[in-house]
Write a protein that binds this ligand. Structure first.
Ligand SMILES: [Zn+2]
Length: 304
């Protein structure tokens, strides 16, 4: 897979223009900063100013050719972070872990079968449980073998791995320890979405996931991440639906005093070289997202 040149093999992603297009400038910068050890310096610096902070990262689809790179990423991340399970957040904040590293929690968006088939076993072997954010309608589409057209229509990006089914099955979702909602239909919460549709996307997805998994669903992850995909109305519906934790993708470290209704995540993909993995998680991009975080926060809380 030649991601560095932005060229994709036949097996590659066929939909969208998102995470697979890594800019050459960013890659060059990441390699340079990694080479001069600036990224590790920033990681240590962030550790000093955010003691006992937790960084959340999010992945999307997972290609079979990225399996060994994903393992290398985990090796790298383990050097700088204490990899946590979601049920360890509180005790980590309380200082129960004998570590001087910040914590890191892995999340996966969209409910793609590759995440379950390839990434989950690697993580489980290391004792790491991620959170999978699932849009139930996508899982339903797998039952009717319509998942590719569903993904195309609802902007879920995917690789064509050797297995033909791209969505997870309900059987797989049931096996996951930590499941969160990613709306019913992978719906961006634009201002134009009606209140009844917002309620359906937020509350129904929680209800269906709880029914199928037989677990309480505490986590919700916004779809899209652009500023116009967050709305105050949807935020209130999410809170009223009973979600404890709401996740964005606006890069920052989560601390004991951060709001659980505003958990920011840094984006990683399994194909990212280690230098880019370091760049994305060291904390530099947290500064670049400062304005966006502020804008999203103000929008959700209706602050002018
Ligand atoms: Zn998504």
């Amino acid at each position: 897979m030649n991601l560095l040149n932005g060229e994709f093999s036949d097996l590659m992603l066929i939909h969208g223009n998102g995470y697979n297009r890594i800019s050459k400038v960013k890659l060059f910068l990441a390699s340079f900063l990694f080479f001069i050890k600036f990224t590790s310096f920033i990681t240590y610096f962030m550790r000093v100013i955010n003691r006992r902070g937790i960084r959340f990262v999010n992945y999307h689809d997972f290609h079979t050719s990225d399996i060994s790179n994903f393992s290398s990423q985990l090796d790298y991340l383990s050097k700088f972070y204490h990899l946590l399970n979601p049920n360890q957040i509180e005790s980590f904040f309380n200082g129960d872990f004998n570590t001087n590293k910040n914590g890191l929690i892995i999340t996966f968006d969209d409910g793609l079968s590759s995440q379950f088939n390839y990434a989950y076993p690697i993580l489980k072997k290391r004792g790491i449980e991620p959170i999978f954010f699932i849009p139930p309608d996508f899982i339903n589409s797998a039952e009717s073998k319509q998942s590719k057209s569903f993904a195309d229509k609802h902007q879920i990006e995917y690789y064509l791995n050797s297995n033909t089914e791209i969505a997870m099955s309900w059987e797989q979702v049931k096996e996951i320890a930590f499941v969160g909602s990613h709306t019913m239909s992978h719906c961006r919460m634009l201002e134009s979405i009606s209140l009844s549709d917002i309620q359906y996307e937020m509350s129904q997805s929680k209800k269906i996931l709880e029914e199928f998994t037989n677990k309480k669903i505490h986590d919700f992850c916004w779809v899209g991440g652009e500023l116009n995909t967050y709305s105050k109305q949807a935020f209130q519906v999410a809170v009223n639906s009973g979600y404890d934790n709401l996740y964005t993708s606006n890069n920052s470290i989560h601390t004991k005093t951060s709001s659980s209704k505003f958990i920011n995540r840094n984006n990683l993909e399994a194909c990212y070289p280690i230098s880019l993995t370091a760049f994305q998680t060291c904390g530099l991009t947290d500064f670049l997202y400062f304005k966006k975080r502020k804008s999203v926060y103000k929008k959700l809380h209706d602050i002018k």
